[in-house]
Design a binder for this molecule. Sequence first.
Ligand code: NI
Length: 170
Amino acid sequence: MAILDIITVPHPVLKQRARPLRPDEFGPALAQRLSDMAETMYAAPGVGLAAPQVGDSLRYVVIDPSEGDERGRGLTKMVNPVIEERTRENQIYGETCLSVPGLEVDVKRSLGVRVSWQDPLDGARQEAWFEGYDAIVIQHELDHLEGEVILNKVSAFRRSRYLKRLLQER
Ligand code: NI
């Protein structure tokens, strides 16, 4: 296990559209990479982490919106996740992102989503419904795979002011 460095804006890997994993890329090495991402997520601490945030422009994410609550879904490792269906109803929540430190942005997202994905070890297909906070977390992480971060959802003025302050702090 290893704790990975989390990449922050304005790094270009966070703006790239990540590519899908090929069948020959599944196996122990990929499973280990997602385990390392999970360890990194818990250490941060965070409730989700997408591959571009650790420098991999590839389509995988880890999520654990339950934050240790045993009633929750727990840790889910997803390769090539796809939103298959979404509710018409939306929700708005003040989101934060490990790659955009110190910023909270109100984001409107679907109340529920049906997601399919593959298991990192054997590529087995899985599918589940996510609702409420779980749905927020999965939609946030899937945005990362499109090169989209919450910083893109604020005004140009707020974005440039945020980046200026962030770069001054370094
Ligand atoms: Ni994020």
